[in-house]
Design a protein around this ligand. Structure first.
Ligand code: S3P
Length: 179
């Protein structure tokens, strides 16, 4: 399949708790773009929470819903797309996103991720006896996929606002380079 690249959107990828949704919202506000989150689109289309989908239908079914949602985003314009942490593991998803979006990965260390997610309960993958070990294991397994982003932004010592600025800068350069 051949994809001519025409960047009109911005997609954020990266691990759970790296700040995709909060940074994505800030960017959308500043660029006057629409904000969409693939998890939210899945929840709205199925009428179940992510936890319920994993528990009742299993992870494979969730991945299929995720793939469909990503495919349906083709044709969007002026949209910031925040994606689930496991989305890039299916290579077709990144191919699809890259045809219309600049793909930016928000990178964070396992320690920072743990600090961001430890008080939260909505992520079924962390519903295990040792979530910190799970973070390290999943992050290592996914690193090769995250590295396929167009741009990697380290979120470690930056506020969400600073990360948003950095991403916007990369996005504007990409748009300028495409003219
Ligand atoms: C997942 C990340 C979640 C959500 C699901 C699975 C993952 O999204 O899609 O719980 O496999 O990393 P966030 O990255 O927005 O938490």
């Amino acid at each position: 399949m051949h994809h001519t690249r025409h960047i009109q959107n911005l997609a954020l990828i990266g691990f759970m708790g790296a700040g995709k949704s909060s940074v994505g919202r800030l960017i959308a506000e500043q660029l006057h773009f629409t904000f969409l989150d693939t998890d939210e689109l899945i929840v709205a289309s199925v009428g179940k929470s992510i936890t319920e989908i994993f528990a009742q239908q299993g992870e494979a079914a969730f991945r299929e819903l995720e793939r469909k949602v990503v495919e349906e985003l083709t044709g969007r314009t002026e949209t910031v797309i925040s994606t689930g942490g496991g989305m890039p593991v299916n290579p077709a998803n990144l191919v699809c996103l890259k045809s219309h979006a600049l793909v930016v990965c928000l990178w964070a260390s396992p320690e920072k991720i743990w600090a961001n997610v430890r008080e939260q309960t909505h992520r079924p993958l962390f519903n295990v006896p040792d979530p910190q070990a799970k973070i390290r294991e999943l992050l290592a397994a996914r690193e090769p996929f995250y590295r396929q982003a167009d741009v990697l932004v380290n979120t470690e010592l930056r506020s969400a606002r600073e990360v948003a600025q950095q991403v916007i800068h990369h996005f504007r350069s990409a748009l300028a380079g495409q003219k």
